[in-house]
Design a protein around this ligand. Structure first.
Ligand SMILES: *Cc1c(COP(=O)(O)O)cnc(C)c1O
Length: 345
């Protein structure tokens, strides 16, 4: 095996979804946009459906059409981007539920697919998607007359429990939706953890299901082992890699592994990151190259066959911290570029 394999533990993934479901007072959906955060839409969605998920969210209609093929007719598939020009056939044929974001989308949907189900997305302060309060006020009666299946909004700061924005958005959401008698959805992973005030009828966790912060109790889902191509000895004063960023201060053994930033291993994480040989951390030596990484394995008593970048010792949020990013970006950058192996489920 000359390339790294991303292993995805579907049992851990299902356990995370169940753990979030246990904390959520309403129904729990699953967000599987971006190829299930890079981990593979088909195996992930099938495992979650077997676990009991009946409602799914994707970013765009194309993803929804793919998911419908995978899961069949028994689940509800919501589309965050709503009803975009050209989407009518996909939405109609695949029975997708667009979360309509504007009056324009509301009209487009009613004209193209009269009577077809839809949801409404409201903006409560994130200013990304959804109708503004005044816009909602203006079209509310017309929209309600067509019986929306769901009304949703999204929190900007749910991963920061003490942020005042959470309570502000909750109040705005209530003001726009209280008493309508339509099922409501506000919570992503972070908001499930904020408590029952935020749960409403349907929660939409993503990152926590995939093992990431802010779900601190999540089980790690992904493992990444990278094959070692060769090992060599360095004298003190010799350097490793581009720019000679690493210079040996003692006799040093360097392993070169077969992956790099072209494989989604963000170059910025290099200086603070180790690869692991079982329980021993082996620091990255020098800059991460496109397809190769030098690793200081001086501390090992043998040359390893492979080294582990992601696993129990070092998770997606550790790598994210090292690279100055978030676990979401670690998952989507790795998942898109590696052979994936799904276990369990
Ligand atoms: C991605 C997304 C989610 C899932 O959020 P997580 O933080 O991954 O749990 C929920 N709702 C919307 C609108 C999203 O875009």
């Amino acid at each position: 095996m000359s390339t790294a394999t991303l292993t995805i533990d579907l049992d851990a993934l299902v356990a995370n979804w169940r753990a979030l479901d246990a904390r959520n007072s309403g129904e729990t959906a699953a967000v599987v946009k971006a190829d299930a955060y890079g981990l593979g839409m088909a195996p992930v969605a099938r495992a979650l459906m077997r676990a009991g998920a009946r409602q799914f969210f994707v970013a765009v209609a194309e993803e929804g059409a793919g998911l419908r093929e995978i899961l069949g007719d028994s689940v509800t598939i919501h589309v965050f981007s709503g009803h975009m020009p050209g989407d009518a056939d996909m939405i109609g044929d695949c029975a997708l539920v667009p979360m309509l974001n504007s009056v324009e989308q509301l009209i487009r949907h009613a004209e193209a697919l009269p009577g077809a189900p839809f949801g409404i997305q409201l903006d409560t302060g994130m200013n990304r998607l959804g109708m503004e309060p005044a816009e909602w006020q203006a079209v509310r009666e017309i929209a309600l007359a067509q019986s929306p299946a769901l009304i949703m909004s999204h929190l900007a700061c749910a991963d920061e429990p003490d942020h005042p924005m959470n309570a502000r958005q909750l109040a705005a959401f209530r003001a726009m939706t209280d008493g309508l008698g339509i099922p409501r959805s506000l919570a992503n992973t972070g908001a499930v953890l904020l408590g029952p005030d935020y749960h409403f009828d349907l929660a939409r966790p993503g990152i926590g299901v995939y093992g990431g912060a802010p779900f601190g109790d999540a089980r790690p889902v992904v493992t990444l082992d990278i094959p070692v191509i060769q090992c060599r000895d360095l004298e003190p004063g010799e350097s490793v890699g581009y720019g000679c960023d690493f210079v040996a201060s003692r006799p040093t053994r360097i392993a070169t592994v077969a992956a790099g930033y072209a494989d989604g291993i963000l170059r910025a994480m290099g200086p603070r990151t180790s690869l692991w040989a079982e329980d021993t951390p082996c620091p990255i030596a020098g800059r991460i190259s496109m397809d190769l990484i030098g690793v200081d394995v001086t501390g090992l008593d043998h040359d390893p066959g492979s080294l582990r970048l992601l696993g129990a010792q070092q998770g997606i949020d550790d790598l994210a911290d090292n690279a100055g990013t978030i676990g979401y970006e670690i998952l989507t950058s790795l998942g898109a570029r590696h052979a994936r192996r799904h276990i369990g489920g």
